[in-house]
Unconditional design. Structure first.
Length: 265
């Protein structure tokens, strides 16, 4: 995939945090509007391993309510779920009015890791590619705003991030056997992604590609684009004033030996 031309200068952390703060304020406004209007929003985050999907989801949800912005990251299906209609466990996670659901990986597992790793049959893969646009049509027809993101990184940048996970004890949990296979099978995943785009990048439900080699810019660009896809306004609300505290009315704190956490720092 040919990436867009990237700015030569590196975005400083100070500039990134300034822009992020502005976008997060807008996300809070969007949250109020979603509740006010009873909107239903679904956002899919797909892409290369180590492309930064989790990072942008974290920044989106950092300052909003988890009761409204809900993250869905489903584990491997159980034996029972494997016998269900493929889309069934994902349909159960779709939003009600006043909710935003962020899928950290989604039903497109079948078009990526499952087909590449042999976890589904060629027939199941073919059926998925036929059915996915039909299901998405029904989701959109039910009043859901559906947005699909694909995060793309270069081979060099993916390898750098994998090496960072190996070296950093805080990140080793992020490196799974599937990630190692993704590194080895770069072109298998490329072919699977091309087939997926050909079948599911539709005018009604297009894929939006995030150039994710630069993490900071990728996060800002994705959040800004997400906000641009939802027509929202600042919801009406009453000014907030702190009420005065009630009088003590004789309350005295008891002389009790509390088990305080040690002041190590």
């Amino acid at each position: 995939m040919q990436a867009q031309r990237r700015p030569a200068d590196k975005l400083s952390r100070k500039q990134f945090e300034k822009e992020l703060k502005h976008l997060q304020v807008e996300l809070v406004k969007l949250q109020s509007w979603v509740v006010h209007k009873g909107l239903k929003i679904v956002v899919l985050f797909e892409g290369r391993d180590a492309a930064g999907k989790g990072g942008v989801i974290k920044q989106i949800t950092e300052r909003v309510s988890p009761r409204i912005f809900r993250i869905v990251a489903l584990p491997t299906p159980t034996e029972r779920e494997k016998t269900q209609m493929y889309f069934q466990r994902y349909i159960a996670e779709l939003p009600a009015a006043g909710e935003v659901v962020l899928f950290d990986r989604s039903w497109y597992n079948r078009a990526g890791v499952e087909v590449v790793m042999g976890f589904c049959t060629p027939q199941q893969h073919k059926k998925f590619l036929h059915d996915a646009p039909l299901m998405e049509h029904e989701i959109i027809n039910s009043g859901v705003i559906l947005i699909k993101y694909w995060f793309e990184v270069s081979q060099d940048e993916q390898e750098r991030r994998f090496q960072s996970r190996i070296a950093d004890g805080r990140k080793t949990w992020k490196l799974s056997p599937i990630d190692l296979e993704a590194h080895k099978r770069w072109y298998d995943y490329s072919r699977a992604k091309d087939i997926m785009f050909e079948a599911t990048d539709t005018p009604e439900s297009p894929w939006y590609v995030v150039d994710a080699d630069d993490k900071r810019r990728a996060r800002l660009n994705c959040i800004a684009h997400f906000l641009s896809k939802i027509p929202y306004q600042e919801a009406p609300r009453q000014p907030v004033e702190l009420p005065p505290r009630q009088p003590a009315n004789g309350y005295v704190e008891p002389a009790r030996a509390y088990n305080f956490v040690p002041g190590v720092y």
